[in-house]
Design a binder for this molecule. Structure first.
Ligand code: 0PR
Length: 380
């Protein structure tokens, strides 16, 4: 930091330069985030100083958060769900598993707890394992890239605190057989966390989709991210629990704040993202999100038709707006697409493929030009 500050003009010049180095979403086919809705941006700026870490000072924002939790509880079939707004899927996953661990420890079981997750689980669960010192048991996937039920059952033992199911896997957009996992969780008297960080704002708005939420009795917590398909600003995640005891297990005393307890992982917390989320959810309504999802799915199917014309096919029929393509030497294709044509795509690990996320910023025109460029790369 300099002794004296720069002029506003100097600051703006540097910022404009930095902004110019950021990629625009116009060639990004790898992101689960997108441009936030304009009403979300407006609300975010209006509440820019609001800190939910001391919400006694920000009662209005706190009320907005409660309304969001109520609406998402309704959407996910448990209007009494308790929870809070997190910074995103990673924090929601950490806190969901921390709550399982805390409740499990109370039962006086002395061995090292383990958690059974699909092999397709997001890398945030590796962080969970490290932070909480929980053994992560990765269950293999079946031919549809859903978690194999046999594999899950073979990994459960007396130290298993819970299962994780994914509603919209990061790499494939696949949804596990959550109804079956719900029965298994109930039979074994363990928790079941559903990671719907991506799919939570997709599945309820698809024309026909499977049950994945609290309507299944074994589901005990859900992560759903407004800053992905919810079109809110970053950082906006939501964690919901079936029972208030689960949230209660995360309680910390905060004696000198305006409120004497906190359940969150972070202390200071963005009220701007809360206001943004409330604004976009209420502006769009279910009808608005249905349109967003149906547009993304039409664009996804358009892409598949165009890809079929050049002999490229998906690893699985896409369930949502995530497409994994069977492409030989996918790493090389990915780096050539970036270097020669400036396209950002990503990779799936197992099976290996090229991954595209068809977010609302992805247009038919973008995809026409992408498919042409992909053909050039594959032909030479
Ligand atoms: N759970 C699932 C199923 C996810 O896909 C993700 C992130 C998370 C949890 C973690 O969420 P946060 O990143 O909000 O903590 N999925 C994306 C991914 O890792 C995140 C992302 C978004 C990455 C935009 C890149 C990007 O440009 O691919």
């Amino acid at each position: 930091m300099n002794e004296t500050g720069l002029s506003e003009e100097q600051i703006r010049n540097v910022l404009n330069d930095s902004k110019g180095q950021d990629l625009k979403y116009g060639r990004v086919l790898s992101s689960m985030c997108t441009y936030p809705h304009e009403i979300a941006v407006e609300a975010h700026m209006q509440f820019i100083e609001s800190n939910m870490g001391d919400f006694g000072l920000f009662r209005g924002t706190y009320n907005l958060e409660n309304e969001i939790l109520g609406s998402l509880g309704d959407l996910l079939h448990h209007s009494e769900a308790s929870g809070y707004m997190t910074t995103g899927g990673t924090e929601s996953n950490i806190q969901a598993i921390r709550s399982m661990r805390n409740i499990f420890q109370r039962k006086d079981k002395c061995h090292r707890p383990n958690l059974v997750v699909p092999d397709s689980a997001h890398f945030s669960f590796d962080k969970v394992s490290d932070i909480l010192d929980i053994e992560l048991r990765k269950a293999s996937l079946d031919k549809d890239l859903k978690v194999s039920i046999e594999s899950v059952m073979s990994l459960i033992d007396e130290n298993t605190i819970g299962l994780v199911a994914i509603a919209g896997s990061t790499e494939f957009g696949q949804v596990d057989q959550i109804d079956v996992l719900s029965d298994i969780a109930i039979k074994n008297n363990i928790f079941l966390h559903v990671d719907a960080a991506f799919g939570g704002f997709v599945l309820p708005f698809l024309e026909d989709s499977q049950e994945f939420d609290f309507s299944l009795p074994g589901v005990t917590s859900i992560a759903i991210d407004p800053h992905k398909m919810g079109l809110s600003t970053i950082p906006a995640g939501v964690l919901l629990f079936r029972s208030p005891d689960q949230l209660e297990s995360l309680k910390a005393d905060t004696p000198y704040l305006t409120v004497s307890t906190q359940y969150t992982l972070t202390g200071t917390r963005s009220g701007a993202a809360v206001a943004a989320t409330w604004a976009v959810m209420n502006r769009l309504g279910k009808e608005g999100y249905r349109k967003v999802v149906s547009d993304c799915m039409s664009t996804t199917h358009y892409l598949l038709d165009r890809l079929a014309e050049i002999g490229v096919y998906p690893l699985i029929e896409p369930v949502m707006n995530v497409v994994a393509l069977e492409i030989p030497e996918a790493d090389l294709v990915r780096s050539r697409l970036a270097k020669e044509f400036n396209w950002q795509v990503s990779i799936t690990q197992n099976p290996h493929g090229l991954r595209l996320v068809i977010m609302p910023h992805v247009t038919i025109e973008m995809l026409d030009s992408f498919v042409q460029d992909l053909k050039k790369v594959l032909d030479t």
